[in-house]
Design a protein around this ligand. Structure first.
Ligand SMILES: [Zn+2]
Ligand SMILES: [Zn+2]
Length: 372
């Protein structure tokens, strides 16, 4: 998977040119047709044994949860099943409580299930294996969990990446196309997030890891290839999502993949009565922020493939929303997100912190990109 060229080996530490020693906690990635059938091999390879908990939701238990439990039980592994309703901190605590006498935790699902199980496993210090059923964002192997806190708001909790991830191509090919399109939106965000990170390095002396940045950028290029080839090579897309998550996990921060475009999306999540999918919001915001960067960041990319119109063409090609109307978010919320969104994270310096945008400019930006 050409990670070696970055000096990265799964399950090992390495001395990086940024001056830090990075630990790659994830030890195993299995990607194949019917990969779920090989769960026992993965457990054995990780030297795990004992009883397991399988965490899923109403939908994913039918897609793969029941099948996985069957395989485990047929091989005399005692299994507890936990089907979650909502990714709340209360649910995380309930899952964690049902993990007493559990040696292995396995999450089968999209972001909500994986994040709930990831945080619960971290709290109980139980080895955690993820089986993603969708590829709608790049947080699958990240070391954070996005969970609804007591106040009813999404909060990012630091935890640990999975010990192993199983990409079952048969399952992943059957996910709705909308999920893949959203995943592409999240992946294309690097055009702006990496430039925001560079700005923070150059103007605020923020920590910067060239290895994580290069890895992250590589996945951007891979995803444009994926889209240009018709969006059908799910194996390649899975690996890109994985490597993208690794770029965050290795430095213990979402910094490489989350800049001004993500702050806009977070603001929409909080303020809209009708938020769209994370990757859809992020993708559309990336079009806006790439045009904004090109006007106010003298170190903006020169290459065609990182310009706003190219990003827009990519999103169009994969059928992700590129207009306010299609996104379905209220126009005033989107404008406020551009004007106010950066205040959500005063310490995550971006182009919007460097040069805040006013309402009139925000409307012009929306019009000039054809989003409005
Ligand atoms: Zn994201
Ligand atoms: Zn580094």
């Amino acid at each position: 998977m050409n990670l070696e060229s970055f000096g990265i080996r799964l399950g090992e530490r390495f001395q990086c040119e940024c001056g830090k020693t990075h630990e790659i906690y994830i030890k195993k990635v299995l990607l194949s047709e019917n990969a779920v059938n090989y769960i026992l091999d993965v457990i054995e390879e990780l030297n795990l044994s004992g009883s397991a908990i399988v965490v899923d939701d109403e939908i994913t238990r039918k897609i793969a949860g029941i099948h996985l439990i069957e395989i485990l039980r047929q091989n005399n592994i005692p299994v507890t099943e936990y089907t979650i309703l909502k990714p709340t901190i209360e649910e995380v605590n309930r899952v964690a409580r049902s993990m007493s006498n559990i040696d292995i935790s396995i999450a089968v699902g999209g972001g909500s299930v994986i994040d709930t199980c990831k945080l619960a496993s971290y709290k109980r210090n139980i080895p955690f294996i993820s089986v993603p059923t969708t590829l709608s964002h790049d947080g699958i192997v990240s070391a954070t969990a996005s969970i609804i806190n007591e106040a009813g708001q999404k909060e990012t909790y630091p935890c640990r990446s999975p010990l192993a991830t199983i990409f079952d191509l048969k399952i992943l090919r059957s996910q709705p196309k909308r999920m893949i399109a959203a995943g592409c939106g999240d992946m294309l965000a690097k055009a702006t997030s990496l430039k925001d990170w560079e700005l923070a390095r150059d103007e605020k002396n923020e920590y910067y890891c060239p290895t994580a940045a290069r890895l992250s950028l590589m996945t951007y290029d891979e995803v444009t290839k994926f889209i240009n080839e018709g969006g059908i090579d799910i194996a390649a897309f899975s690996m890109s999502i994985f490597k993208s998550g690794l770029a965050m996990a290795m430095i213990g921060s979402s910094r490489p993949n989350s800049g001004s475009e993500h702050l806009i999306s977070h603001y929409i999540d909080i303020s809209s009565r009708n938020p769209a999918m994370h990757g859809e919001q992020v993708g559309l915001a990336t079009i806006l922020m790439s045009m904004y960067h090109s006007e106010y960041n003298k170190n903006w990319w020169l290459d065609e493939k990182y310009q706003w119109y190219y990003i827009k063409s990519m999103l169009k090609k994969i059928n992700a929303p590129v207009t306010v109307e299609r996104l379905g978010v209220e126009l005033d919320v989107l404008i406020d997100a551009l004007v106010e969104g950066y205040k959500l994270r005063p310490n995550r310096y971006t182009i919007l912190h460097k040069r805040p945008i006013n309402k009139e400019e925000a409307v012009s930006l929306l019009k000039n990109t054809g989003i409005l």
